[in-house]
Design a protein around this ligand. Sequence first.
Ligand code: HEM
Length: 117
Amino acid sequence: MTMEELKKYDGRGEDGRVCLAVLNKVYDVSKGYRFYGPNGPYSTFAGRDATRALATFDVNAAKDDYDDYSNLTPSERSSVEEWQMQLSERYDYVGKLIRPGEDPEEEEEPEDNKEKE
Ligand code: HEM
């Protein structure tokens, strides 16, 4: 999924679907609509990249554009990894967030293909 596609899932569409991205992974958080829906406390994450927001505990730091988070501090990084773990236990993984210019075909590769990492 690209950032453009992700934006459609902000909970305002007809289907009410809400997705967010954390560390390159997109999760369907629709069942957490009361948190991420338009009137929820974390509505700024809806249809966006929430990595930096979760890393820095700043709900206004969610990004509309692809976020290069190589500059997170080690503690921010571990904090967002912990969030990701919690979200992955609660919500369905939808797919990878595709970087601008990245080959979308890579999305289809199996999860256990570690060649590129
Ligand atoms: C005054 C500050 C805050 C309060 C009082 C607060 C309160 C809460 C509470 C009570 C829950 C659990 C709700 C439940 O499971 O029923 C929750 C969940 C959560 N909070 Fe906060 N929070 C605060 C700030 C933040 C900030 C700054 C962030 C991130 C930037 C954040 C991100 C989250 C997330 C991602 C969840 C999980 C929602 C889910 O289950 O999908 N919170 N918060």
